[in-house]
Write a protein that binds this ligand. Structure first.
Ligand code: NAG
Ligand code: NAG
Ligand code: NAG
Ligand code: NAG
Ligand code: NAG
Ligand code: NAG
Length: 466
């Protein structure tokens, strides 16, 4: 009897240490949309998805209350703008924890507290001071948690792959020299000491779409039988995600921290995008996410070639399409679910459903880049007040952007807001696409392959060479 009890106790201890890092899939709940359902409805949707974890981009009290008494583990986030304030004052850190963690902690399974989000943007000089304040802010938050006797919330910060200077071959992985010693080293020290995780946003989609001729699409989608053997480590890779993860593991190892565990804080694949974007379609998105889920939930865990058999908790990006995000069209099409809770395409977050059990997917039509001219014109239903300010904005930039629509010029007729705005958008985009300008204008503009030119009025265009 005593022996049985002891055995039971022992088993429970084993189970609970294993349960600490469960391989259940997580989902990112971003809310930059004006058509999204309420938090409580969204949590119901997340339950039907059977997500084991959820990641928020804030600590919204309504969401945290809706998550009470569920088994869903929760990651909450301190906004970037607060990092410096928290780093300079323990009282500010304590106050943040007191208002955003304490009221929910006993009923909601808050398990990660993320300080900031992707703050190491190389091009953003104004943020540089925040980089150096980050780890101090994390220490203060950790300290606040321990003054409340909270020991099971890991403190971390999600970083993007732009933290690496070199990522290929994976064994060559190294952090950017501007952050390696001043920031990454103290960060890793903190994560190691507190047994926390290195939270990584990792998108094979971006790597592939920047270089689709050299990187094989099937390799990015965990399909086919391509392999790559790293010439230095001799490790063999079967997919792009593993390659990217290992480049970070090698970078950490170079700084003396080979054992800090990874969490994939974001990954996914867009299911739609603009004409000038490649490979964003339902077929690829469903294939990537289904294969990702199978891999991340497999038992025993797959791990990566550098760390075989290790669980990597993973959050898919994202629950919904977020229609208020700017930038290229893909940015607004990462969601697994429509606002009414129906799936954009079928996925099983448990990874158990075999592929042939899903409905067949529409053939991918844009796995090769469109070749030809594209114009940027007014979208259906655009608001005329907003169009007027958008014309003004576009015409102020670039060289002679709107000369052709001035009275007496070749595109002045027809004298219509829509026609003038379409000209201004096309002219703006033709000049600025190279340097990252987009054809979006807050939803007022769309790309078209149909030439809007009329008679002697020629609209500037962007030419894609495939
Ligand atoms: C940070 O602290 C300063 C000075 O106390 C305050 O003026 C500012 O509003 C704070 N910033 C934020 C984002 O709370
Ligand atoms: C890889 O797949 C291709 C196409 O399906 C096939 O022709 C080839 O034999 C396969 N190679 C190996 C080593 O399995
Ligand atoms: C922390 O670093 C030490 C020394 O490299 C290592 O032995 C240990 O496994 C690390 N722990 C974690 C959680 O990374
Ligand atoms: C058009 O946009 C303006 C400015 O944003 C807004 O005040 C107005 O209500 C909008 N009109 C319509 C019909 O949506
Ligand atoms: C405008 O013209 C100047 C001088 O030719 C050139 O350097 C600049 O790049 C042009 N700007 C754009 C947006 O094309
Ligand atoms: C083409 O231009 C003429 C004269 O400027 C105008 O009457 C006509 O509506 C325009 N056609 C279109 C399709 O915009």
């Amino acid at each position: 009897m005593a022996a049985t009890l002891f055995l039971l106790f022992f088993l429970c201890v084993l189970v609970s240490t294993n349960a600490e890092i469960s391989s259940k899939m997580g989902i990112n709940y971003g809310r930059l949309g004006n058509n999204l359902p309420s938090p409580s409805r969204s949590i119901e949707f997340i339950k039907t998805l059977e997500a084991g974890r959820i990641k928020l981009y804030d600590a919204n009290p309504e969401i945290l209350n809706a998550l009470a008494w569920t088994n869903i583990q929760v990651s909450i986030m301190v906004p970037n703008q607060l990092i410096s304030n928290i780093s300079s004052s323990q009282a500010v850190a304590d106050e943040w924890v007191r208002t955003n963690v304490i009221p929910f902690y006993s009923k909601t399974l808050i398990r990660h507290l993320l300080v900031g989000n992707e703050i190491f943007n190389f091009y953003s000089d104004e943020d540089r001071q925040t980089w150096y304040n980050l780890v101090l802010a994390m220490r203060r938050i950790k300290h606040s948690l321990s003054t409340y006797n909270i020991r099971n919330i890991k403190v971390g910060t999600p970083v993007a792959m732009d933290i690496l200077e070199t990522a290929f071959p994976p064994s060559n992985g190294a952090f950017r020299s501007d952050i390696a010693v001043p920031v990454m080293k103290p960060l890793l020290q903190f994560l190691n000491r507190t047994r926390s995780f290195f939270f990584l946003d990792v998108y094979p989609y971006f790597s592939w779409s920047r270089d689709p001729t050299r990187i094989n699409l099937d390799y990015a989608l965990f399909r086919g039988n391509r392999t790559y053997t790293d010439p230095r480590s001799r490790l063999t890779y079967t997919n792009l995600l593993d390659q990217m993860l290992d480049s970070v593991i090698f970078a950490m190892t170079k700084l003396g921290f080979p054992n800090v565990r990874l969490v994939i804080a974001e990954t996914g694949w867009p299911h739609a995008g603009d004409i000038d974007q490649i490979g964003a379609n339902i077929f690829n998105a469903a294939t990537y996410n289904r294969n990702l889920i199978r891999r991340m939930t497999s038992k025993p865990p797959a791990g990566t070639p550098a760390r075989p058999g290790v669980v990597i908790p993973t959050f898919i990006f994202a629950l919904y399409n977020e229609n208020q995000k700017g930038g290229p069209g893909t940015e607004r099409h990462w969601g697994l679910m429509n606002p009414d809770g129906t799936p954009v395409y079928e996925v099983d977050l448990n990874g158990k459903r075999p592929e042939n059990d899903f409905k067949s997917l529409p053939a991918p039509l844009n796995n090769e880049l469109y070749k030809g001219k594209i114009w940027c014109v007014v979208a259906d239903g655009a608001n005329s007040t907003e169009l007027e300010s958008a014309i003004e904005f576009a015409c102020r930039l670039g060289n002679n952007t709107c000369d052709a629509i001035r009275p007496g010029s070749e595109c002045y007729h027809p004298v219509s807001l829509v026609s003038h705005a379409s000209y201004a958008f096309s002219s703006y985009w033709a000049q600025f696409k190279q340097s990252g300008g987009t054809c979006y204008f807050n939803g007022l503009a769309v790309q078209t392959t149909e030439d809007p030119s009329n008679g002697s009025c020629k609209f500037p265009s962007v030419t894609l060479r495939g």
